[in-house]
Design a protein around this ligand. Sequence first.
Ligand code: DGJ
Length: 740
Amino acid sequence: MGIEWHPASRQLHLRNDRVSYLVRILEDGSIGQLHFGAALTEGRSYRHLGRAGFPGFMNRLDDPIALEYPTAGGGDYRMPALTIEQADGSNVVHLGYVSHRIVPGKAAIPGLPSTYLESDDEATSVEIELVDRPSGTEVTLSYTIFRDHPIVARHVRIRNGGASRLRVTTAMSASLDLPDDDWMLVQLSGAWARERHMTDRRLAPGRQSTASLRGASGHEHDPSLILRRATTTETAGEAYGLSLVYSGNFLAEAEVGPFATTRVRLGINPEGFAWILEPGEEFATPEAVLAYSSAGLDGLSAAYHALYRERLARGTWRDRPRPVLINNWEGTYFDFDETKLVDIASVARDLGIELFVLDDGWFGARDDDTSSLGDWVVDRRKLPHGIDGLARRIEALGLRFGLWIEPEMISERSQLFAAHPDWAIGIVGRPRTESRQQLVLDLSRPEIVDHLFTVLSELLASAPISYVKWDMNRNITEPASLGLPAHRQGEFFHRYILGVYDLYARLTAAFPEILFESCAGGGGRFDPGLLAFAPQAWTSDDTDAVERLRIQWGASLIYPLSSMGAHVSAVPNHQTGRLTPIAMRAAVAFFGVFGYELDATSLSPAERADVLDQVSFYKDHRALFQRGRFVRLRSPFEDDGNETAWMTVSDDRRRAIVGFYRTLNRPNPGVNRLRLRELDPAARYRVTLWPARADSIEHDNAVVRGGDELTQIGLFLDVDRHETSTHGDYWAQLFVLEAE
Ligand code: DGJ
């Protein structure tokens, strides 16, 4: 692994065992892109890969030259990565090479979350300095190649080295020019309660994109873009991933140009964005994490999982086993008191659950969602002994205690709003749009972040609180800040997210023992940016087992199991009305950070026995479920989506658990084999079933079988034809594999 400077061809080669990233200083000083993809031999010149060896190419309008950080107005008519309005009103900059610096390790990006290292030998970085002399714009292109991952991380810093004000209106984190357009664009899209559904489409001439303008990454699209060949499968073929470590407005775009090349760009959404740089000021973009796989989508996901679990998530809880929790939200909603909560917790304790989480409704006078956000003071009508009194009773039972907060919000009916009506985001003279009867605090203003830090630190220090669920239940409207002058209002959305990051950074530093889980009405801000502060996130408000198959499958394209909160809830399911067996609900939720979202006191004796067994099974295999190598086997997005299968494998390949799920039963079914992956072909695995059964599935599978055989032939999923009618819908079966 390393970065090689080839002076004769003026080429930089970032390389590890799996990928090469090659750029070259072109004759006019701009940086050309030669290659990003499979690893190429070091010590060679690759200047011939860029057609831009010709002097004066900038006069050749429309030439599809591959550029590293394209700007507008110079004959490249594709979408630029950087646009800067200057004092004369023009937008043209031409960035020319000044110098570069290769350094071991990786630097942090001030104010922004990013991937990191534990020692400098894990990665090498290069910073390329560019300048546009007429405007005084100085740009640093920063790249890191990791030793152990097929990944290059990029970000850009822009400085005003001139004498006049600059207005940056586009500043992408990455731009990639691929030499053909033969790609499928894979995106993770949806809406509340159906986040991260995987869809794909063939690239077509022109621009195709996903984006957010909500002030959050959103339920609607993940801040990422994946390309695969039409023939790429889970296990074979090329794929690129670009994932943005950011939680605000983003743009992920692919543009097919007139000569069948593809430009991909990822970064802060330019729509509504304008950042002022006074002389001497600097702006840093978020980090884009670029991955390449020649081994299908699985290779891409494995790379993101490892990097994001180990070198994006951080803190005390990064590597610790995460507790099995019970959350009271769907069990009680706003209607609870101390006795009710302690009753739930004591049943939960008897069932082996480790953490009790008190959700919304414990503060102010909040009996519904019309009031009290901002007043983080306990409601003594419900909790006469305060949070401290409740937390101590929960701890006395033997559970840890966790608390829900929604720091970024304010209700009009609150003491905070009465004192500071101007703290809510809005525009003077215009009505504010309400959503869930609440407004958003202006976290672009440092004094509001300071206030929240003071109030929340007092709260978190006031009781034995081991876990915090940080929710965010509406998006921003009427975006403007009273803290910014008119000419800086285009900075508002980004400054808001910087405020969120600042608050997260201060609270996680002040309370390193607290496990933070991020949430935004489920998966409305489930993104790499927040993963840097909260190592787990509430994947979706939708806890229906069938819906969760698609949500968790989609999220797994990028996010590791350790980041996905997944709970068993009551039936009929509160989002879909569906009745699934509790075994299926658990078998889906096991693959992630497991818990319950129900009133444990209303479980029947039979259900209590089931939960006791589930919790103990999960604890026995917790490391596999939270940190195993996740492998997707059968997609809920393919064919009729009736069957899904996935598995998790230990690093040493001695243990694995396979999950198989079938939504609807069908009569007289065909032969069904499930081939496994990532097993040791030489090992012999003892196969056991959860739940245990006494039928042909048990008979056919619960034996010792070779890793080679399980990979080449697979598990037997044939339901005996005469048993089919008794089998029923919503069947989930786990297979536990242990090497002898
Ligand atoms: C939305 C979250 O996703 C839910 O889990 C719950 O915490 C509610 N908000 C509470 O208002």
